[in-house]
Every structure is written in structure tokens, then in C-alpha cells.
Design a protein around this ligand. Structure first.
Ligand code: NAD
Length: 410
């Protein structure tokens, strides 16, 4: 089953619970628009470099399409479709007035110089500028894209459409970005975990955490768990793993990563194989890298009791079933990592209103929205006697379906 089929399986389950019917289910599954473009630049050495760019606009019943742009060799139309669909349910779940979109470039940014990265970004905007916009489709950072990439998109779009900072979110704070956006997804992962533990009379303090992926989301989440008295006992990145049963010194590890661009060489833990990190004993496992990390091949060996999906689509449906049978709770991606799009919405609001919020307001509003989404999903799971993923899809689908019906599907 490919990732798009997996997402559609969850949509199908929720649609049956809501009794939406086959035709309506198809409307909710099919992306509304898919754009595939050639992106070619001249490299620093004078050679031509060509890659493929994608933008999938899944559903805009509740508002403009919203979702990240990823630069990674595995990016393709199927992945963009899957992630765009997840964005539709995620934006509905945290009740921000957007739909779902996603895209990327199938380049390997490690092979590109800074200048080449800028040129592929600008060329991508040249190709897709007529389908994005502050009230049409608003990209944001994702794997291997950052505030600088968003700044280039804003600048290139402005050349064609005039000053429109709200065309992207995740911009640098000094260039119409928002306080708190960079840490927002990790912070949201923290709030979702805290909320679940609170609902089961537990707390973060004293719990042990394992985090796969130590990029934007993983490193911020690690810091929040550490600051709240949790023990981060193992982490990994693309190059390897690190373990320390007493708890890693997260602030020092973050400094190390900033200096050395990875966790390799950190002296506060023992090196282990990258993929063994997922199997370390802990209370909470946080996949925060790429999709398909937890599959039917490793699900039976996972030793956590709670998995919080910081990454998008990290668990396959087959793994989900194995985990459920073993009594492992999974807080699904569309809920757990929704903090990023929530603060992206705050950034968009600030851009549209040309009025800045301070960090206290951002954090308070984020906490409020994450808490409200979590308690809704937990309540639906209890009432309908379904797992948290199914409950999250039921809430998301219900809101999108209601908006679509009220607007009228012609
Ligand atoms: P990032 O590029 O900043 O970090 C990715 C991290 O994963 C890096 O440390 C990388 O080395 C590591 N990694 C890659 N392959 C790995 C592997 N096989 N094993 C272990 N580590 C591996 O990306 P990010 O922005 O932190 O995004 C991480 C995940 O969170 C993605 O699935 C993304 O879609 C999702 N997400 C991100 C945001 C956001 O705001 N950035 C929002 C929602 C969801």
C-alpha cells in the first residue's frame, strides 16, 4: 500500500463512521489540482541542473490551500498528494481557515550551493506563481526548506504580483515572519503529549523520550520535553543515533548540532545505529524525521507505550494494527504536528493585518488551539470507541464536509 492509499484508508474509515457516502468520499479523497513543473538552472560550474517541482492542492472548502514545500530526492507526486491530503484534515482539526496543499522539489539540497538553492527556489516560483498567493495557496517550510527559502519565495512572488508577504509563512522574523514559528511544531508536539498525559493522569516530568530526527521539529520538541523535566534518552539523525539512559544534555546537544550540522561526535552519549534508536526502551517515542519509519518490520519491537507522530505519515497502516494489538497508543500526525500550521496561520493573520503579536500571545493562542483540538479528538475517540487516528480523521472530515456542503458543491 503506498502512502496515498494509506491516507485514503483512514479517510474511508472516517467517512463510513460519518455515513458520507461513496461519492462524497471520492470528493474528499481526490486532490483538486496537481501541478508538475520542470525546474532547470545553471549551476555554479556552468552545467545545467534539472529537477522536478510539484504542488498539489487537495481541498479548499474551508479556505486557501496551505502546506509545506519539501526539498528531497524522494519527493514525487504521490508523496505530495498524501501530504496535501493530510494538511486538509490537519487545518480542519485545529480549526484554522485553510485547506490542504503540499509540494516540493525532487532535488538533493546537499548537492547544491547556497546560490544554486536560491536559483531552484526562484525558478520554482516562476513556474507556479499563478497558482499560489495569499488567498489561493500559501506554502511553508518543510524538510530541507527554511526561513531563507521562504524569504526567496516572498521576494520572487513580489516581483510578479507586488508586495505580498502573506504568500508564504515561516519567513525570517525580521522579514514579516512570526515570533515562535520556528519552534511551533515542536511546541505543538509538546502540548499534544502534555494534553494526552494529563487526560490519563500522568505528566511529562520523569518520563523518558526517544526522538527520531533531530532537525527543526525533533530538536525543538526535545528542548521542550527536557525543560519540563522529561529525560530524552536517545535521538537520531540521518547519519546515526545517540543514547544516554540518564538523559542527554539537550541544550548542549543543540549547540553541538548548530556547530557541527549533526549529532555525530557529541560526547554526552553512546553512538548506536540510526534505526536502532526507534527500538530503545522509553515511555514516549517521537518519530520526527520522514514517513514510513514505523512499519510491520519494526512495530512489534517498539518498546514505548505512547507514540507521538511529529513527522508526517511515519506509521504504516500495518504497523498501526500491530501497535494497537499491543496496546500502544498513537497520537496521529494530523493532531500531533499541527502546531506548525497553527502558528503559520498566526503569521498569515499578522501579515494581512500588518500588526505584530508578541511571543506570549503566540504561545498562549497555540496552547489554546492544541488543547481544544486534543480534547475534541480524545472525546470523539471515547464516544465512538475508536483509536485516536480514526477520531482525528472523523473530526477533520466532519468539518470539511460541513463546509463543502454549506458552500454547495456544483
Ligand atoms: P528537518 O529537515 O529540519 O529535519 C529532519 C531530521 O530528520 C534531520 O535531523 C535529519 O537528519 C533526520 N533524518 C532524516 N532521515 C532520517 C532517518 N532515516 N533516521 C533518523 N533521522 C533522519 O525537517 P523538519 O522540518 O524537522 O521535519 C521533520 C518532519 O516533521 C517531517 O516529516 C515534516 O513533514 C514534519 N513536519 C514539519 C513541520 C515544520 O514546521 N517544520 C510541520 C509539520 C510536520
Amino acid at each position: 500500500m503506498n502512502p496515498f492509499e494509506a491516507t485514503n484508508l483512514y479517510i474511508g474509515r472516517a467517512s463510513k463512521i460519518l455515513d458520507l457516502g461513496d461519492r462524497f468520499e471520492r470528493y474528499l479523497i481526490e486532490p483538486e489540482r496537481e501541478v508538475s513543473v520542470q525546474v532547470s538552472i545553471t549551476r555554479d560550474n556552468g552545467h545545467v541542473y534539472t529537477c522536478r517541482g510539484f504542488r498539489v492542492q487537495h481541498n479548499n472548502a474551508r479556505g486557501p490551500y496551505k502546506g509545506g514545500l519539501r526539498f528531497h530526492p524522494t519527493v514525487d507526486i504521490d508523496e505530495a498528494r498524501t501530504l496535501a491530503s493530510l494538511m486538509t484534515w490537519k487545518t480542519a482539526l485545529v480549526d484554522v481557515p485553510f485547506g490542504g496543499g503540499k509540494g516540493g522539489l525532487d532535488c538533493d539540497p546537499k548537492e547544491l550551493s547556497e546560490g544554486e538553492r536560491e536559483r531552484v527556489t526562484r525558478k520554482l516560483v516562476e513556474r507556479i506563481h499563478d497558482v499560489i498567493g495569499p488567498h489561493a495557496d500559501i506554502p511553508a517550510p518543510d524538510v530541507n526548506t527554511d526561513a531563507q527559502v521562504m524569504a526567496w519565495i516572498m521576494d520572487e512572488y513580489a516581483k510578479l504580483h507586488g508586495f505580498s508577504p502573506a504568500v508564504v509563512t515561516g519567513k525570517p522574523v525580521h522579514l514579516h515572519g512570526s515570533e515562535g514559528r520556528e519552534a511551533a511544531t515542536g511546541r505543538g508536539v509538546f502540548f499534544a503529549t502534555e494534553e494526552y498525559l494529563r487526560s490519563t493522569d500522568q505528566e511529562i516530568s520523569g518520563k523518558s523520550f526517544v526522538i527520531q530526527g533531530f532537525g527543526n521539529v525533533g530538536s525543538h520538541a526535545a528542548r521542550f520535553f527536557h525543560d519540563a523535566g522529561g529525560r530524552v534518552v536517545a535521538v537520531s539523525d540521518v547519519a546515526g543515533g545517540l543514547v544516554n539512559g540518564d538523559g542527554l544534555d539537550v541544550p548542549r546537544l543543540i549547540e553541538h548540532v548548530a556547530e557541527h550540522r549533526g549529532i555525530a561526535g557529541f560526547d554526552g552519549g553512546d553512538s548506536i545505529d540510526r534505526d536502532d534508536v526507534l527500538l530503545q526502551p522509553c515511555d514516549v517515542l517521537i518519530p520526527a524525521a520522514l514517513g514510513n519509519a514505523i512499519t510491520d518490520e519494526n512495530a512489534a519491537d517498539i518498546r514505548a507505550r505512547l507514540i507521538v507522530e511529529a513527522a508526517n505519515a511515519p506509521t504504516t497502516p500495518a504497523a498501526d494494527e500491530i501497535l494497537a494489538a499491543r496496546g500502544v497508543t498513537v497520537i496521529p500526525d494530523i493532531l500531533a504536528n499541527a502546531g506548525g500550521v497553527t502558528v503559520s496561520y498566526f503569521e498569515w493573520v499578522q501579515n494581512v493585518q500588518q500588526f505584530r503579536w508578541d511571543i506570549d500571545r503566540i504561545d498562549a493562542e497555540l496552547r489554546k488551539r492544541m488543547r481544544s483540538a486534543c480534547s475534541k479528538v480524545f472525546e470523539v475517540a471515547r464516544r465512538r470507541e475508536v483509536d485516536l487516528r480514526t477520531a482525528a480523521f472523523v473530526v477533520g472530515l466532519g468539518r470539511v464536509a460541513k463546509a463543502a456542503v454549506t458552500r454547495g458543491i456544483q
